[in-house]
Design a protein around this ligand. Structure first.
Ligand code: MN
Length: 433
């Protein structure tokens, strides 16, 4: 099957006997994302989100409820083996899960393996061997480029090469784990020499994460037509960034300590199968832009390779939480503002023979809309700290303060289908140590 083909699991008329799944903003029965969780006081295991509940997959496998081809992958405390399954096996597992959670005669066998999500702890879904961050949000690249290089915002390579850098896997954490404000070197504009201390320009970055499924052998590239078969799912990614360190350190080798102190991901892996109804054509390149080189060109990818997903960022200050206020929405915009598709970044990454492995994570880079209401970082929203934003409490922000909590959300929408969400990607800023 192709990655944009839908089946019975996407039927909007499907209803789960799990009550909270009906109309759930993130996890209706049409989603069925995979994750790793611990029920209260118990060991970590693989689960599936359904409404406000989590289904224990290892318990289902032990009870003989899952397809044989997949049950060997569900006893682990990480999704790496499940991610490595061929698409056909993953799809068969999805079909079975959909049946188990919708057919009333399955309820008595399945219900004992459900746990209320609010009594569980969610973990990183996979052992992340490698993490690479791209830069495919062209409006972000333009906005940031203008601040660092006013005369030359987009470098000449941008429209040919999906720009990326190797990030750090060890400092990635699941949603909910606080981050400590990093210390580092920055050179204040008026100073002659740098100082060392806590970042004064701490920022978030709104990104999608792409989980690698089946890997490729070292030396063997991945063709565009095959790229989708190497993707195991999607998540939200907040690439926390210390803009002051970044400006001082980024040349000539790119991001380093400005980026690797902590990254937050949403813990649920939304599968390519769940995303099938939410594929769309890649928006045409602006008039005058070069065509992608042949190895990045694929008609099917152009017709179906983009994602119909709306992204949102919320901020909640400590004062807002004390006052019981709702988080304040800073921005919202579509994920179609990506210059390259997720398949193109996979193919480009492996084009030199670099071996991707199950559980590797790729970030898209900050996804910004062309207008302010959809900017995906404070660097852009506040014009590099020159135009503060005002919160409902009257507090102002240029960059993040201690106690600020940032939440990313994503919803996939398409005419005739039940919307699905990615769950939260959330973390609060703790003072520097
Ligand atoms: Mn980034």
């Amino acid at each position: 099957m192709t990655f944009w083909q839908t089946d019975a699991t996407h039927d909007p008329a499907l209803a789960s006997w799990v009550e909270s799944a009906k109309g759930h903003r993130d996890f209706p029965v049409q989603n069925l994302p995979f994750g790793v969780f611990s029920p209260a006081g118990k060991a970590a295991r693989i689960g599936v989100a359904i409404g406000d509940m989590i289904l224990d997959l290892s318990a289902c496998a032990t009870a003989g409820l899952l397809p044989d081809a997949t049950s060997g992958t569900t006893g682990s405390d990480s999704l790496n083996a499940l991610m490595a399954l061929p698409e056909s096996d993953r799809r068969a597992l999805r079909v079975r899960l959909s049946q188990l959670l919708t057919e009333s005669d399955k309820r008595s066998a399945v219900e004992p393996h459900l746990h209320p999500a609010n009594t569980c702890t969610l973990h990183l879904p996979a052992r992340i061997g490698d993490y690479t961050d791209f830069y495919v949000g062209i409006h972000h690249a333009n906005n940031v480029g203008r601040q660092f290089r006013p005369d030359n915002p987009l470098l000449p390579n941008y429209k040919y090469v999906p720009i990326g850098y190797h990030g750090r896997a060890s400092s990635i954490r699941a949603s909910g784990v606080p981050l400590v404000r990093p210390s580092g070197q920055r050179k204040p504009p008026e100073a002659d020499t740098p100082v060392f201390g806590p970042s004064v320009r701490l920022d978030y970055e709104l990104e999608l994460g792409v989980w690698i499924g089946q890997g490729n052998d070292l030396g063997t590239p991945i063709a565009m037509a095959e790229a989708a078969n190497h993707i195991a799912g999607f998540c939200l990614l907040n690439d926390w960034s210390a803009r002051d360190f970044q400006a001082w350190e980024y040349q000539p080798l790119g991001p380093f300590l400005a980026k690797n102190f902590h990254s937050t991901i949403s813990p649920w892996v939304v599968t390519p199968e769940a995303m099938a109804p939410f594929r769309m054509a890649q928006p045409p390149r602006p008039e005058g832009d070069p065509a992608p080189l042949d190895y990045l060109t694929d008609g099917k990818d152009r017709a179906h390779g983009a994602l119909a997903v709306t992204l949102e960022v919320f901020l909640c200050s400590a004062k807002m939480r004390e006052a019981g206020m709702e988080p304040f929405r800073l921005s919202h915009g579509p994920a179609s503002n990506m210059y390259w598709t997720v398949q193109q970044i996979v193919t480009h990454h492996a084009s030199n023979g670099c071996n991707l492995q199950p559980g590797d994570l790729l970030g898209t880079g900050t996804i910004s809309a062309p207008t302010r209401d959809g900017f995906g970082s404070l660097l852009e929203l506040t014009s590099g700290g020159k135009e503060p934003i005002t919160l409902p409490t009257g507090e102002t922000r240029t960059f993040l303060e201690d106690g600020d909590e940032v939440t990313l959300r994503a919803t996939a929408n398409a005419e005739g289908y039940v919307p699905i969400g990615f769950g939260e990607c959330r973390a609060v800023v703790l003072p520097a140590r």
